[in-house]
Design a protein around this ligand. Structure first.
Ligand code: ACO
Length: 442
C-alpha cells in the first residue's frame, strides 16, 4: 500500500479548564511565570467522573460518528497511554465494547506504554501493520490519551488532559515519509511513576528538560543525515522543513527545541552567513551548550520569526489545554491542521518529534498529499476550545483532591457533578466491589 498515513483525526478534551494567569495568583508565584515562563494559557482538568477508559471511549466513538466510519472496517486498534488503572487489563479491551456491539471482534493491537512516547509507538505499530504481510486490508485506529496530573508544586501548572484518535490507512492526505525517521532511547530517571498508590509522577523537572533537548538533538541529527542521503543534500537544515510539531509538556520547551534545531544546523554549516550570530559559540562543548543561557538567547532570537510561522499553529491547542502526555504531540498535529488552511498545507513537509521520559524519542516527517479540509472542519478545534467552561483554580484544586481520595477505590460512585460532563461524553457510573468499571454516555 502507498501513501500510508492519517486519514481522519478526532480530539477529546475536558469541558472544564482554568486560566494560567489565575493559577499564577492562586499559587502565589510571580505574574508571568506560567503564561510567559512556561508559555501556557489554559489548563484542562477532570475529577473522578472520568478515567482513561471513559475519555478514550468518547474519542473513538466520536471519530467513528463524525467521519462515518463502519466499525467492521477496523482491523487494528492501538492505544498509547501512561495513565494506568489496571496492571493487566488494557484500555484497548474496554474500547472493544464499541466494536463488539457492531459484530467486530477481530481487531489486533493492544496498549503501549512509556511515558509520553506510547502514542508514537502505537502510531508506528499501526503504520507498520499496514505496510506488512499481516495487513488484512482494513483501517487502523490509533488512540493516544492521558490524564496528565502532578502533585501540587512547580510541575502542577503543566497538568492537562486529552485524547487524540486517528484513522490510519493508505492513500491518506497526511502521509508518513519513508526512510527518514530518527530515534534515540536510553535509561534515565527524569520522570517516572513508581508509586502505585498515587497517580502523580516522580519528576526531576530540570533534568527532564535537558533529557528532552538532548534526545531532540540526537533525533534531529539522525533525521537530517537520512534526509541528506535521500535527497542528495550536502547541508540539510530546518529550511527543508515547513512545519514542526513537538511533544508539548508546555509551549516554552517546544520553542526552545525549535531554536535548538538551528544550533544543530549551525554546527553542520558554521560558515553560513545566516548563522553569524552564533559564531561565538562554535567551540563550545556539547555539555555547555545544554546549559548556556547566552546561546539559548541567541538561538531564540535567531529563530523567532521561524517559530511563529513553522511552530505557532501546532502550539495553539496544547497551550489551551496543557500537557496531554501521549496525546500532546498528536494534539499538536491536530492544531496545525486546524490553524493552517488546507491549501497552504498542500505538499508541505511536517516534522514531528515525540518524546517520552525514561526515555524514548523519535522524529518522523509527513508530507501533505491532499486536502486536510475535512479533518479540520470536523475537528472544529477553535470553536470547541472557546466553548469550554472557564472555572476557578479552587475548583481545579478540589477536583485534584477528589481524585487523590478516590484513587484505586472500589465499590464507589464518583461524586463529580455530571454538569461538568459535556453531551456525548462517557463518564463513570460506578466502580463495583470487584473494581469493575461501568460507563454511561451523557
Ligand atoms: N515572568 C516570565 N518568566 C518567568 C517568570 C515571570 N514572572 N518567572 C519565572 N519565569 C521563567 C523562568 O525564567 C524559567 O524560564 P527558562 O526555563 O527559560 O529559564 C521558566 O519561567 C520556568 O521557571 P523555573 O523557576 O525555572 O521553573 P520551575 O522550577 O517552576 O519548574 C518545570 C518548571 C521544571 C518545567 C516544571 O514545571 C516541571 O517540572 N514540569 C514537569 C516536567 C516537564 O514537563 N518536563 C518536560 C519534558 S518531560 C514531560 O513531557 C513530562
Amino acid at each position: 500500500p502507498e501513501n500510508v498515513g492519517v486519514l481522519a483525526m478526532e480530539m477529546y478534551f475536558p469541558k472544564r479548564c482554568v486560566s494560567q494567569t489565575e493559577m499564577e495568583t492562586f499559587d502565589g508565584v510571580s505574574a508571568g511565570k506560567y503564561t510567559i515562563g512556561l508559555g501556557q494559557e489554559k489548563m484542562a482538568f477532570i475529577d473522578d467522573r472520568e478515567d482513561i477508559q471513559s475519555v478514550c471511549l468518547t474519542a473513538v466513538q466520536s471519530l467513528m460518528e463524525k467521519h462515518n466510519i463502519a466499525y467492521t472496517d477496523i482491523g487494528r486498534l492501538e492505544v498509547g497511554t501512561e495513565t494506568i488503572i489496571d496492571k493487566s487489563k488494557s484500555v484497548k479491551t474496554c474500547l472493544m465494547t464499541l466494536f463488539t456491539e457492531h459484530g467486530n471482534t477481530e481487531i489486533e493491537g493492544i496498549d503501549t506504554t512509556n511515558a509520553c512516547y506510547g502514542g508514537f509507538a502505537a502510531f508506528s505499530n499501526a503504520v507498520n501493520w499496514i505496510e506488512s504481510s499481516s495487513w488484512d486490508g482494513r483501517f487502523a485506529i490509533v488512540v493516544a490519551g492521558d490524564l496528565a496530573l502532578y502533585a501540587s508544586g512547580a510541575a502542577r501548572p503543566t497538568s492537562g488532559a486529552g485524547v487524540v484518535a486517528m484513522l490510519i490507512g493508505k492513500d491518506a492526505p497526511i502521509v508518513v515519509e519513508r526512510g527518514l525517521r530518527g530515534t534515540h532511547m536510553e535509561h534515565a530517571y527524569d520522570f517516572y511513576k513508581p508509586d502505585m498508590h498515587s497517580e502523580y509522577p516522580v519528576v526531576d523537572g530540570k533534568f527532564s528538560n535537558t533529557c528532552y533537548i538532548r534526545a531532540f538533538d540526537s533525533c534531529y541529527n539522525r533525521y537530517m543525515t537520512r534526509l541528506a542521503k535521500q535527497e542528495n543534500k550536502e547541508k540539510p537544515s530546518m529550511d527543508d522543513i515547513d512545519y514542526v510539531v513537538c511533544h508539548s509538556p508546555y509551549a516554552k520547551l517546544v520553542n526552545k527545541s525549535f531554536a535548538r534545531a538551528s544550533y544543530n544546523d549551525f554546527l553542520r554549516d558554521s560558515d553560513n552567513e545566516k548563522f553569524a550570530a552564533l559564531k561565538a559559540f562554535e567551540e563550545m562543548s556539547y555539555a555547555d551548550s545544554l546549559e548556556n543561557k547566552d546561546l539559548e538567547r541567541a538561538l531564540m532570537g535567531l529563530t523567532k520569526a521561524g517559530y511563529a510561522q513553522k511552530v505557532g499553529p501546532a502550539a495553539y491547542a496544547p497551550k489551551q489545554i496543557g500537557n496531554m502526555y501521549t496525546a500532546a504531540v498528536w494534539a499538536g498535529l491536530a492544531s496545525l491542521v486546524s490553524e493552517v488552511d488546507s491549501e497552504t498545507l498542500l505538499n508541505k513537509r511536517i516534522m514531528l518529534y515525540s518524546y517520552g521520559s525514561g526515555l524514548a524519542a523519535s522524529m518522523i516527517s509527513f508530507r501533505v498529499r491532499s486536502s486536510t479540509e475535512e479533518i479540520k472542519s470536523k475537528l472544529n478545534l477553535r470553536q470547541r476550545l472557546d466553548e469550554r467552561t472557564f472555572t476557578k483554580p479552587e475548583e481545579f484544586a478540589a477536583a485534584m483532591k477528589i481524585r487523590e481520595n478516590t484513587h484505586n477505590a472500589c465499590d464507589m460512585v464518583p461524586t463529580g457533578s455530571l454538569d461538568s460532563i459535556a453531551t456525548g461524553t462517557y463518564y463513570i457510573e460506578k466502580i463495583d466491589d470487584k473494581w469493575r468499571r461501568f460507563y454511561k454516555r451523557k
